[in-house]
Design a protein around this ligand. Structure first.
Ligand SMILES: [Zn+2]
Ligand SMILES: [Zn+2]
Length: 224
């Protein structure tokens, strides 16, 4: 494969994997630039991509290996933290890592990884596998409380429906069945309250007042 062919090597079918054998033979400062479009990678559970990854990856030769810079954007599947509606959450990630060879570019002999066990390592085939790095960066970029819209009103505390789903007015018909049972007593109580004064005034009318007597006369007597 010629250097030119390598340079134009499509990202698929191994998204975010770059063969850097040629770049490693070049002097520090040499670089490669890749544009990423429509790349999909598995994300750490339970995350899922809703939109593929786009952006750019820049590789630069250093005296030890490569400096890897990426600016990437994607969307992940999620749900609104207030109304639980499924949403796509846009995330952008910025990557800056140094990647070190695991074997010597020319001799092919293994290089000791002991001094920097956590460093990003190229494969034995001089490939840079950025998928896991990008997946991790995307999972860290996931917002803690995503919203479907900035002013999402959330769920109704009474019926659990979304408050922005339409007219939302709880009349007496919609109240909790336990409260509805209590409400059933109210008309009887009110009726009782009305009955007592009626019975009293009936009695007064029979004993004390002449038919057709003004009401204020009764009231006057009662205050004395
Ligand atoms: Zn919402
Ligand atoms: Zn409701």
């Amino acid at each position: 494969m010629s250097a030119e062919a390598r340079r134009s090597r499509p990202v698929d079918p191994a998204p975010l994997t770059y063969n850097v054998a040629q770049l490693l033979t070049e002097l520090p400062g040499a670089s490669r630039h890749y544009t990423l479009a429509g790349a999909t990678i598995p994300l750490p559970e339970p995350l899922r991509l809703a939109d593929p990854i786009e952006g750019r990856v820049d590789l630069g030769r250093t005296n030890r290996g490569l400096i890897v810079r990426g600016e990437l954007a994607a969307s992940i599947e999620g749900e609104c933290s207030r109304c639980l509606r499924p949403i796509e959450i846009p995330v952008t990630v910025r990557i800056e890592e140094e990647a070190l060879p695991s074997i010597h570019p020319e001799s092919g002999l293994p290089l000791a990884a002991g001094t920097e066990p956590d460093a990003l390592r190229l494969t034995d085939h001089h490939e840079l596998e950025l998928g896991p790095v990008v997946g991790e960066a995307i999972s860290l970029a996931e917002p803690i409380a995503p919203l479907c819209q900035p002013d999402c009103p959330g769920l109704c505390p009474i019926c659990g429906e979304r408050l922005d789903a339409g007219p939302h007015d709880h009349g007496d018909d919609d109240i909790d069945p336990r409260l509805a049972a209590l409400r059933a007593f109210r008309p009887a109580d009110e009726a009782g309250d009305e009955d007592e004064p009626d019975a009293e005034s009936d009695g007064q009318a029979a004993v004390e007042a002449a038919p057709g007597a003004p009401v204020e006369v009764d009231a006057d007597r009662q205050t004395r």
